[in-house]
Design a protein around this ligand. Sequence first.
Ligand code: GLV
Ligand code: MN
Ligand code: MN
Length: 410
Amino acid sequence: MELINKERLWGTIHDLAAITNEQQPWTRRSFTAKYNEGREWLINQMREIGLEVEVDEASNVIGRIIGTEPNLPPIVIGSHTDTVPNGGRFDGIAGVLVGLEIVKSLKEQNISIKHTIEIVDFTAEEPSEYGLSTVGSRAWSGNLTEEMLSYTNSDGQSLADAISYAGGNPKEIHKCKKEKDSIALYLELHIEQGPVLLKKNANLGVVTGIVGIQRYKISVDGLPNHAGTTPMDMRNDALTAASEMTLALEKEANDRFEQPVVGTVGVFNNFPNASNVVPGKVEFAVEIRSISEDVIYKVANEFLLKVKSIADKRNVKVMTENISRSKSIVIRDEIKNLLNKSCRSITDKVIELPSGAGHDANQMSLLAPVGMIFIPCKDGRSHCPEEWAEKEDLYLGAKAMINAVLEFSK
Ligand code: GLV
Ligand code: MN
Ligand code: MN
């Protein structure tokens, strides 16, 4: 009998993906009613197969099956069920639902393993409306600070309130922090979100490392004024200043470095946003990513210097907030070997590749050995409604993952 039920796995992906904001497919933003609805669906799925379910202080959803040697630290299989706005059907949920399918298969076939397995839907992996990403896995690694819990959304609500809304208990958040080595292994399957597997005609990818991410929120304060009466040389235009800063980031990231680096302004808010008013205020979000910590550091420093000099030159005030920093990680050889072996037991079209996307695995690497398997992504497109993975590839990935779990727990 096959260890993974391909059709059942594919069915659960589309059941959960269908719990979406109807106006904006495929969207389940963290800390919304739709997000809670998706997680209710997940909890029911977990309960139906007899998992012990816990929603922890950071509102992470955990489904647990106890191993035959319950004193061993658990194997955690996780990812996330939130999406970016106008997201896709696979980013995040593939990893959680492959975990669920693995446990279903093991139970169905009466296969017990030594380790307890925990399937985890980590809270808000994507940048939330509060600016922060990997919220739930940060709580586990101890990287969710009081200051972060006080970040607000555009309505002035705090991240702490949002976590309560999702079923957590932010006042007791320290309780879900894990000790180093209290987890035997963390595994995450994910859609690649890029074109490399397709280009190399590979079915599966073993991840070698994950980028680090530096995020800033930048507020530029100019002087709002009448757009008809204020001469060009008498303006303090926040928007033109912020635009020049955005181009400066692009220029910095385009420079040649020892490792690739990307810099993005993905949020840009202009106030008051009226055609006949010189913009008085702009807030924008910046992120810088690379596998090289050193390159992130260089680009960030140069960029911040430019921001300051552009603000001075254009006579606007600028405030820079360091929102978050997640360090790049290198996957340990023994875990790459484990995953190479399990992937190659399924297909010989396996390559190794780094991840330009961030994952909960970044935080989990502070607690445990981590491993990730990538499956191909149609046209290399992700974080958009066109994001797509093939049923067969998801199936191969799930089989490789269950083989890795069985091998590790032997
Ligand atoms: C997560 O999707 C990220 O890389 O931002
Ligand atoms: Mn994503
Ligand atoms: Mn993801």
